[in-house]
Ligand binder design. Sequence first.
Ligand code: MSP
Length: 519
Amino acid sequence: MTMTKPYYLTTPIYYVNDKPHIGHAYTTLACDLLARFKRLDGFDVMFLTGTDEHGQKVQEAADKAGIDPRSFTDSVSQNFRHLLGVMNFSNDQFIRTTEARHYASSQALWTRLQERGHIRLDKYAGWYSVRDEAFFTETELVDGKAPTGAPVEWVEEPSYFFDLSKWQQPLLDFYEENPNFIAPEGRKKEVISFVSGGLKDLSVSRTTFDWGVPVPGDDGHVMYVWLDALTNYLTALDWHEDGDDFKKFWPANLHVVGKDILRFHAVYWPAFLMAAELPLPARVFAHGWWTNEGEKISKSLGNVIDPLKLVEEYGLDQTRYFLMREVPFGRDGDFVPDQMIQRINSDLANDIGNLAQRTLSLVFKNLDGQMPAFPKQLQPEDVALIKATDSLLDAVRSEMDKQAFHEVLRLIWDVITKANRYIDQAAPWALKKTDPARMADVLAILLETIRQVAILIQPVMPGSAARLLDQLLIEEGMRDFTSLGSAGRMQGDNDTSPKTISKPEGVFPRYVDESGEGA
Ligand code: MSP
């Protein structure tokens, strides 16, 4: 496969004040799905994630743990690395903002902004929410708290300011000229209305604590954690050293973020980049938030969902599938265990699991395991199923590019449903005695559909898809998207070697709870 087109996508970098929870796993999973899809589709992918390790919030968490912030972040950051392995994430890099290369890069961005006259020294007097790491005006407060409900404190200190107010019109023009820059649509409207309401210059340095990147030439200040954090997207590409990765991958194709941090990515970040005269990313997608059985997830309520526990209880690919299928990406979603079990047993065990198991078992039993050749002559019902299968890639690709991951899965499951209807109607098990040739053809059509489905579900369920492709005897080199459609037909004209499968083993087990009951 020739890899030519670069594709750079990023997750937010996660605060290391606490253990990873479902929200962190969710954002990275969405990116993992897309990264894997793009690789299979021939792109040269750079998929970045990492940890955001500076700021008052992290410093306070370290103080509370009684450890210096550097040792504290070294240790908590490991939990996030660990999650990557457990969730089978395929990131190409893991960045930490405490790395020397990141200090160099954020200081370089600062200097660039200062040289262009966009940073000046003044004094900040106003509200600050440590939990949000954000400044708020008096009028933004709701009942004396940040709009997020986080407590605020009064801060008065010398501070450098970035001239954000000057970027209001350039930003509005940019949104208009680049209608796909912010998604979903509803979120875009919120951002536009926020920017249209007027922008105040942004305080970009702090003096009352020191856990951050020192401001170049003024050691009394550390950079505002968001200026430091956003720069990670450039650091990872060795931007300040004029790195090859920067030339190849910047501007980013996509930043995936949660709705709570859209403003930082869709307002501050493009303004910093414009001011620094650097190209802007192509798109920022804001996803929604998970609640736990109707309740906002919070440590104080004790209802935080631990992704490691989900994987342990429900299985890795099952968890991955559920999180991507259950909630339209971009909307808020509610985590309800029964719905997870329902999806595992219905979509996975029944729909695809049984389809594959029934088909492969028939090949194994009725054809002595010999894979049947793709038929030379097709019946109308064969054509209908194969057409639906062959046309999946285009449809799926277009939904992927909109980050409509639930839609991608729905489209694939539509074909699985069609295949189940096909097998029920053609009833190959009844054809062994009456019409063995037709039985072989029916099984060949089904195998072909399962092959393509298995290739297409690799991004969401890499492990299960691989096991299925192994059982179908599909070679490693025939698992990317160039093998979809007629190009990779099994046992067709371009593949004449007889292949014998082993006794098939179910790939998608039913979920059975402790009492032995499936849902
Ligand atoms: N450090 C910043 C991001 C800097 S990016 C340059 C940050 N970190 S965070 O750890 O607090 O949050 C990371 C992500 O987790 C955000 O995208 C946030 O939306 C997401 N989630 C946190 N709780 C969530 C849910 N309950 N549900 C879904 N996602 C949630 O913000």
